[in-house]
Design a protein around this ligand. Structure first.
Ligand SMILES: [Zn+2]
Length: 261
């Protein structure tokens, strides 16, 4: 499973547990990933997105009336008029009677005036709307904006995120210590644990292995020796750590992780 699939699956788990936040900051550069996430949140199909319904197809073609995209070229700034237009969009009634989605690519391109106006948008956005900011330059975004969004970090270099599966399974089955020094390794590690716990719970209730996210782990899943209720608690802890990761440092997060496994 690549990083993209992992993040989409993570959102699938959040959707199922009703734990979606209303605003996300995606740290990195991947607009297509956001559209995959929006498709998933919006589609009434319970397991992921169906890719067949009218909504999915319109989102895929980027012509859905309930999705508003601000995507300037990388050398152009996002002006206050753009933010006002986005605000008007959010407060209009949804066309399809579902949620509304605002996507701002290169979010660090907001002028100070735009950023201040956007802060109000974040505070006052209707409860059934979702806001996605994308930027690889979080240092250039107003800290008050950053702190109001859940952050999702995309890998800077793909190869760094090729996780050592043995290390993850040693951690789960043999409680072996893991040494996590880097932020995106921790992200990746947590996402993998979330997927594995989800698969373990699913494998208990559904016999069809096609429901598993990583079928190659089936043999190892069978070696886990606690009941699904414990796995459910671990999954909740993992989701909490992953969501709070910005407010705690890597060491602290790693310690919480060790304590809970
Ligand atoms: Zn659909």
């Amino acid at each position: 499973m690549n990083y993209k699939e992992k993040i989409v699956n993570y959102f699938q788990i959040l959707k199922k547990h009703n734990k979606l936040s209303s605003s996300y900051l995606i740290v990195g550069d991947d607009l297509t990933l956001i559209f995959d996430i929006i498709k998933l949140i919006n589609c009434s199909y319970e397991e992921g997105s169906c890719n067949k319904c009218d909504d999915c197809r319109k989102i895929e073609r980027r012509v859905h009336p309930d999705v508003f995209l601000i995507s300037q070229s990388s050398n152009e700034s996002i002006k206050i008029e753009d933010i006002r237009e986005a605000q008007n969009f959010l407060f209009l009634k949804s066309f399809q009677g579902k949620s509304k989605f605002l996507v701002i690519n290169y979010a660090h391109k907001m002028t100070l005036e735009s950023a201040n106006a956007f802060l109000k948008t974040l505070e006052e956005a209707p409860s059934d709307s979702f806001i996605f900011l994308i930027s690889s330059r979080v240092d250039l975004i107003l800290p008050t904006i950053v702190s109001r969004c859940r952050r999702i970090y995309l890998p800077i270099k793909e190869e760094r995120n090729i996780l050592n599966r043995k290390e993850i399974w040693d951690f789960i089955l043999n409680r072996k210590e893991v040494y996590i020094k880097e932020r995106d390794y921790l992200d990746s590690f947590l996402l993998s644990l979330i997927m594995i716990m989800r698969d373990y719970i699913v494998s208990f209730f559904l016999s069809d292995i096609n429901n598993l996210l990583s079928k190659e782990d089936l043999g190892r899943l069978k070696k886990i020796n606690y009941p699904p209720s414990i796995a459910q608690k671990k999954l909740e802890v993992l989701l909490r750590i992953y969501n709070a990761i910005d407010n705690v440092n890597v060491n602290l997060a790693t310690n919480i992780l060790k304590l809970n496994f």
